[in-house]
Design a protein around this ligand. Sequence first.
Ligand SMILES: Nc1ncnc2c1ncn2[C@@H]1O[C@H](COP(=O)(O)OP(=O)(O)O)[C@@H](O)[C@H]1O
Ligand SMILES: [Mg+2]
Length: 288
Amino acid sequence: MNAVAAQAPEAVIQVRDLTNRFGSQAVHEHLDLDVRRGEILGVVGGSGTGKSVLLRTIVGLQRPTAGRVHVFGEDLLSLSQAQRSRVERRFGVLFQNGALFSSQNVAENIAMPLIEHAGLKRADAERLAGVKLALAGLPMGTERKYPSQLSGGMVKRAALARALALDPEILFLDEPTAGLDPISAAAFDQLILTLRDALGLTVFLVTHDLDTIYTACDRVAVLSQKKVLVVDRLDVVAQTDDPWVQSYFHGPRGRAAEQAHQDQADHQQTYKQPASKQPADQIPPEVK
Ligand SMILES: Nc1ncnc2c1ncn2[C@@H]1O[C@H](COP(=O)(O)OP(=O)(O)O)[C@@H](O)[C@H]1O
Ligand SMILES: [Mg+2]
């Protein structure tokens, strides 16, 4: 291994030369993407550009028309059922629409993967479900409720708790803040950041939420023209010469999100300054 390869971040997901077609409609053509261990990668693009199809292809729910997808170095579709199940346990998915089973309470929803994949007894699985709910920021008592009794934000958190049930290394989230009010959405963004930092997760985050991109994402991949047009830090991506990128990041909503992010950074800076700017000889001895 040469020095450059030794320093390169490990790609836990590798997509190479991917093509997806539905009949005569080509959704992806020659699409390449690497997702690095430990990063929160935001995946953006216009409606219908194939973000959800890309996610489903990576997690092995959809066989690509052509190309290769490796997760943890494995091609899921070429593995035996037992081998595949071992890899699948290492990632959790929060789908765009399929949040929770409405006929089961929250504890049963979260316990299901623990019973089916980890072979836990029901009582143990439901006890562990309580821990996962706390991790997702839900109060005690939520486990006995049914999905219809929860707010939109709570449903997302419960679905997140289920995605975290098997202690995954990669979390796939498809539009997790869609339909949430701005305060719930901002809290969810913070939760993702906290979980990534605490659990060392890698997060593949499909979103159209500009606030999420500014707050939570380390890098951003833009789906356009049937491929990943650019994947880089937000400031680099925002400078890409592409009509969709320009109107998305520099239109009214993009500017508002950037301003809000800047205001928050300024606020944090101001808040920190008194202590750091105080000359050492003015600091009372007890805090020196
Ligand atoms: N199972 C399917 N059969 C046929 N067409 C599909 C299927 N899944 C997705 N598509 C089409 O692929 C395109 C990309 O869909 P999708 O990935 O859901 O877009 P988005 O970027 O909004 O998530 C859309 O035009 C959609 O209609
Ligand atoms: Mg979608």
